[in-house]
Design a protein around this ligand. Structure first.
Ligand code: BDR
Ligand code: CA
Length: 311
């Protein structure tokens, strides 16, 4: 008997690693991708929505609905990450413009309807700023409360990437992240502590380039993304951040997690969006998240390459 597939909703801002995370979800029989919602983050929501459609159409999966969501953070100005992902959000790829369009429904209402309509509890996988998820909590608390869990890419215990103190997704909309960590829902945080330990390398990209169309697309995305990481961090490769969150859902145990309390700094100038993780249990606060602290990097990269090559 085959195990039932885990229904997931991917909330994203493609973005190179978002696009690869989406392809990994599509390639994984353990997952049932109910839909893709988009948010402003790496680029404007118009561009992230177009990019989600472009990726789905490229692999003939236009049947997966895309719903466009928040066009700006809850309380901050939108600052996109063109310096990482380029003007299109997916620079370096040769994807054509989308033929189709997003559904009429706003992402937040789409998420609520998909959660309510699923016969099994849904796992929500947000891999961009948490604006849509915070709005879901506020507008549809019943649906939000019915999710199996939230496995998000964002935050960090010890390092930042957009500032010395903060990771981009949390920094971009700290008030939204604060609400998600306060939600009392089961949250898993896949942060930079984990994603920076599992770099895709040129050797993985060469293997993918030789594997077929989807592999060539991922290699193109990698080439651009790795260029940024080489120049900025001196990395010999690129972290495929968002794909780690998807991989953790389909391969439990891939990421080692610890139950810890996480708060988000929405107050300070220097530490805007820092996820303050109580690693050594100093506050006496009850844990509100399972925080990623380690990863079997080789297993992750094998899984990623095998699955993409199978598309
Ligand atoms: C996160 O920020 C974005 O640039 C990536 O898509 C990822 O979700 C990493 O900090
Ligand atoms: Ca992202």
């Amino acid at each position: 008997m085959t195990a039932p597939r885990t229904p997931i909703l991917l909330d994203c801002d493609p973005g190179h690693d978002d696009a690869i995370a989406l392809l990994l979800a599509l390639a994984s029989p353990e997952l049932d991708l109910l839909g893709v919602t988009t948010v402003a983050g790496n680029q404007t929501v118009e561009k992230t929505t177009a990019n989600a459609l472009r990726v789905l159409e490229f692999v003939d999966r236009a049947d997966v609905p895309v719903a466009a969501g928040a066009d700006r953070p809850l309380a901050r100005e939108l600052v996109v990450a063109a310096y990482v992902h380029g003007e299109s959000g997916l620079d370096g790829s040769s994807l054509p413009p989308p033929q189709g369009a997003a559904v009429e429904q706003h992402a937040v209402d789409f998420l609520a309807e998909a959660i309510r309509g699923s016969d099994r509890p849904v796992t929500l996988v947000p891999v961009g700023p948490l604006t849509n998820v915070a709005l879901l909590l506020a507008r549809h608390p019943d649906a939000a409360g019915a999710v199996e869990r939230i496995v998000l890419m964002g935050g960090s215990i010890a390092e930042g990437n957009v500032t010395p103190a903060a990771e981009f997704n949390i920094w971009a909309d700290p008030e939204a992240a604060w609400r998600v960590f306060r939600s009392r829902l089961p949250v898993t945080m896949i942060g930079l502590d984990v994603t920076h330990k599992a770099l895709m390398t040129d050797a993985h990209a060469d293997r993918l380039r030789a594997s077929g169309r989807a592999g060539r697309l991922v290699a193109e995305l990698y080439d651009f993304f790795a260029g940024f990481h080489r120049e900025t961090y001196g990395f010999e490769g690129a972290p495929i951040h968002d794909a780690v969150a998807v991989a953790h859902v389909l391969r439990p145990g891939l990421v080692e997690t610890l139950p810890r309390h996480v708060d988000v700094d929405c107050e300070s100038r220097l530490c805007r969006g820092r996820t303050v993780v109580d690693l050594w249990r100093r506050t006496g606060e009850e844990p509100n998240a399972d925080v990623g602290v380690g990863i079997d990097a080789e297993a992750f990269l094998e899984l990623l390459c095998d699955r993409i090559a199978s598309l």
